[in-house]
Design a protein around this ligand. Structure first.
Ligand code: SF4
Length: 262
């Protein structure tokens, strides 16, 4: 069945913003699932939080909505509990879920809630024109840190591993095909799936060249089912090398399995 996931909404991201690459990757992932008969479109819910990433809900012809700032993860949790048959996906940002809603995403990971979170990680509050988030590098100069941020950044993948997420991956928005494949693997995972998508903000913190020279894809030697290997790879990332791929994946009972009557 051929499907069209575009909408009539005008795309208002800055021209060239990598958010558009994430949008294309997700449309491709959903199209492939539906056309292969592996998912039904009406069973997919794709919510978004607040930030530049949140506009994605306007550009997707799927069941979607915008949550409050930082509250996309508990909203997805409620949707999944209300109808466990849905494939529940959420788009969020580093400002949305690793600054404003940090407590929600960590507890969802801990509970192994059966949802998927795609983090548009641009290391800046972009919609509000360039303030530091928890993932901004130390020294980042923005509206709230004119002399440079004094804090070390958090590493979202490391946090998710530490909190018990059962699927943790990282990708680079510019690689649309690989991002699509990682998205599909995350959506097929049973349990909490987290994908850190490096998405440079070309207007307020343009890191495209920085990452282009540093990212690399993990090869088949990486043991994604081994938590120690995952920690080693994620902790071992230096400023010169940023690993991409599925960092960790394991099977555990989900929050819904533990809490809902059978
Ligand atoms: Fe993209 Fe940054 Fe423009 Fe927002 S401000 S649309 S993140 S380039």
């Amino acid at each position: 069945m051929a499907i069209d996931l575009t909408t009539d909404a005008e795309v208002t991201w800055c021209p060239g913003c990598p958010n558009s690459q994430i949008l294309v990757a997700f449309r491709q992932a959903v199209t492939e699932f539906v056309e292969a008969g592996e998912m039904e479109l009406h069973n997919i819910v794709a919510g978004a939080g607040v930030g530049c990433h949140g506009k994605i809900s306007d550009y997707l012809e799927v069941n979607t909505f915008n949550s409050l700032h930082g509250r996309i993860v508990p909203t997805l949790t409620g949707i999944k509990l209300g109808n466990p048959n849905l494939n529940v996906v959420g788009f969020s940002g580093d400002g949305d879920s690793f600054s404003e809603g940090f407590n929600h995403i960590t507890h969802a990971a801990r509970s192994n809630t059966d949802i998927t979170v795609f983090l548009h990680n641009n290391q800046v509050f972009a919609l509000t024109t360039g303030q530091a988030t928890t993932t901004s590098p130390k020294g980042f100069k923005g509206g709230t840190t004119p002399y440079g941020s004094v804090n070390e950044p958090v590493n979202p993948a490391l946090i998710m591993l530490a909190m018990g997420a059962t699927f943790v991956a990282r990708t680079f928005a510019a690689d649309i095909t690989k991002t699509k494949e990682i998205m599909k693997a995350a959506m097929q995972h049973k349990g909490f799936a987290f994908v850190d998508i490096i998405q440079p903000c070309i207007t307020f913190f343009d890191t495209r060249e920085y990452y282009k020279d540093r990212v690399y894809w993990l090869d088949g030697k990486h043991r994604k089912g081994n938590i120690d290997s995952a920690f080693k790879v994620v902790r071992g990332a230096t400023e010169d090398r940023v690993p991409l791929g599925i960092l960790y994946q394991a099977e555990q009972p989900t929050f819904e399995e533990n809490i809902l009557p059978r």
